[in-house]
Write a protein that binds this ligand. Structure first.
Ligand code: FES
Length: 102
């Protein structure tokens, strides 16, 4: 089972199971993290905002124009900010570290 290393808004870091084929948003929401995913992945809400660890950010697919536009509306935008709904879990991402911004 692939895993993700998730740091929550309190700074706690936990490794969680991450099913291939689900988006990071779905994995985090299913695991009980405060990720609303209000638009269910249509790049309309940014409630799935996550920050990817430096070591992993370059391994992800490039941002689409829609993702980039939506991220522009995020208040606490960071260098490796991504929309979790736009990243699908695969074996190659197993072990990836990310942070849920406060
Ligand atoms: S779930 Fe709405 S933009 Fe990702």
């Amino acid at each position: 089972m692939p895993t993700l290393k998730v740091t929550d808004t309190t700074g706690d870091t936990v490794a969680i199971d991450a099913h291939n084929g689900l988006s990071l948003m779905e994995i985090l929401r299913n695991s009980g993290y405060p990720i609303a995913g209000a638009c269910n992945g249509s790049t309309a809400c940014a409630t799935c905002h996550v920050v990817i660890d430096d070591d992993w950010a370059a391994k992800l697919p490039s941002l689409s124009n829609d993702e980039e536009d939506r991220l522009d509306s995020v208040v606490n935008l960071q260098k490796n900010s991504r929309l979790g709904c736009q990243i699908e879990m695969t074996d190659t991402l197993s072990g990836m570290a990310l942070t849920i911004p406060a």
